[in-house]
Design a protein around this ligand. Structure first.
Ligand SMILES: [Zn+2]
Ligand SMILES: [Zn+2]
Length: 69
């Protein structure tokens, strides 16, 4: 687990590149340290929060198709 805090410069640069909000694009470090929500509606259960290819549903209902919640 300590490895998450030992990013070298190359990994840092890679990390900066991955600015996408979605869970699908996030690396393990981001998943561990960031509470991922949809940037449009702010709901964690919105499918768009899980994968940027999915539509924002503007809903926080559980069990939405494509959502990891
Ligand atoms: Zn993405
Ligand atoms: Zn949304």
């Amino acid at each position: 687990m300590d490895d998450f805090y030992k990013l070298n410069e190359e990994e840092q640069a890679e990390f900066e590149k991955k600015r996408c909000h979605c869970y699908h694009c996030a690396d393990t470090y981001k998943r561990m340290t960031t509470f991922i929500v949809c940037p449009e509606c702010g709901n964690k259960r919105c499918p768009h929060a899980t994968d940027h290819n999915l539509q924002c549903t503007n809903s926080n209902e559980p069990g939405q198709e494509g959502s990891r919640y």
